[in-house]
Design a protein around this ligand. Structure first.
Ligand SMILES: Cc1cc2nc3c(=O)[nH]c(=O)nc-3n(C[C@H](O)[C@H](O)[C@H](O)COP(=O)(O)O)c2cc1C
Length: 334
């Protein structure tokens, strides 16, 4: 209700300013109120989630707002993408609203404070819930050295994370999505899996790893990804990140901006990849559904397609925080 009143004001601002303002005020309100979200405990990746609705990566890139996001009632919060070294991301403007389509295009390009400052922010959070840390590569690390960046970040964040997401699907870092191809993926996941085994021995805890994929994959790529996540014993796959397609937004203002499209127009595309992965993996590896969830019914579509958990981003901007409870309620209704 409150968000319905606030939204026109936020939408009158430049999107990146509105984004910053909203997060700042969320920090402030978090101390005053918590949001009641119906419980729906689920066990996934060996972790007990209080409810299956999570915050998707990219909203809190620097882990500065964990307590505020947790206060919205999420069952889990994913922060990042974080890279080894700080980087400014792409020049502004780099975030665009397409309100007629309930969509966003962004080309942030992994702007973040770097893994050391990021971990200092994580340490300041009071919340002790399920925290996913999403890792990536610096824009200027050559692709044939990408694995070094992921290994570096995994070592750094290992003890701070409940689970770690390997993000190889952002369209805003040149060549990143090429890491989803069979040979590249096999090499990358081989390095990451070996690092995880070593860290598990060292710390006495095997931190689950999830792989985040794009919605723009064909059937062969999906089959290759399913084989690779099995071989390297990933613990879950997140389907999906933003899309490079412009289906459903043609002709709208900003539709031709470069970047990743999110929100309502990618819902079906993301669910198709989710369902294909569910078939290919035959229930062996859990799936986390993301992409275009703007209602409880949209969340139910992801569960029906094989997701054990879901994540929200663009829906929060169009529907506000009430969406978290609506999706958790939808999960309870099954
Ligand atoms: C502005 C913006 C920034 C994002 N940044 C990241 C990111 O840093 N890392 C990541 O894995 N996904 C990122 N995403 C993708 C979201 O986590 C999510 O996978 C995608 O937007 C699809 O869900 P949605 O339609 O509910 O937004 C970003 C999305 C948006 C809209």
């Amino acid at each position: 209700m409150l968000y319905r009143l606030l939204r026109p004001l936020l939408f009158s601002l430049n999107p990146e300013t509105a984004h910053r303002l909203t997060l700042k005020s969320a920090d402030w309100f978090a101390g005053l109120t918590g949001t009641a979200v119906p419980p729906k405990p689920v066990r996934v990746m060996g972790i007990e989630f209080p409810n299956p609705v999570g915050l998707a990566a990219g909203l809190d890139k620097n882990a500065e707002h964990i307590d505020a996001m947790a206060a919205l009632g999420f069952g889990f919060v994913e922060v990042g993408t974080v890279t080894p070294r700080p980087q400014p991301g792409n020049p502004k403007p780099r975030l665009f609203r397409l309100p007629q389509a309930e969509a966003i295009i962004n080309r942030f390009g992994f702007n973040n404070v770097g893994v050391d400052a990021f971990l200092a922010n994580v340490a300041r959070a009071k919340w002790r819930g399920i925290l996913g840390i999403n890792i990536g590569k610096n824009f200027d690390t050559p692709l044939d050295k990408a694995a070094d960046d992921y290994v570096f970040c995994l070592e750094k964040v290992y003890t701070a994370a409940t689970y770690v997401t390997v993000n190889i699907s952002s369209p805003n870092t040149k060549g990143l999505r090429g890491l989803q191809e069979k040979t590249e993926l096999d090499a990358l996941l081989g390095r990451i899996a070996a690092t995880r085994e070593r860290l598990a021995d060292q710390h006495g805890r095997r931190v689950p790893l999830t792989l985040k994929v794009a919605p723009d994959l064909d059937d062969v790529q999906i089959a290759d990804i399913a084989a690779a996540v099995r071989t390297h014993r990933m613990d879950a796959v997140i389907a999906t990140n933003t899309s490079t397609s412009r289906d459903g937004v043609e002709g709208l203002q900003h539709a031709t901006e470069q970047g990743g499209l999110s929100g309502a127009p990618i819902r079906a595309r993301a669910t198709r990849v989710l369902a294909a992965l569910a078939t290919a993996l035959g229930g062996e590896i859990p799936l986390i559904g993301a992409g275009g969830i703007l209602s409880g019914a949209d969340a139910q579509e992801k569960f029906a397609a094989g997701a054990s958990l879901v994540q929200l981003y663009t829906g929060l901007i169009y529907r506000g925080p009430a969406l978290v409870g609506e999706c958790a309620e939808a999960a309870r209704e099954g």
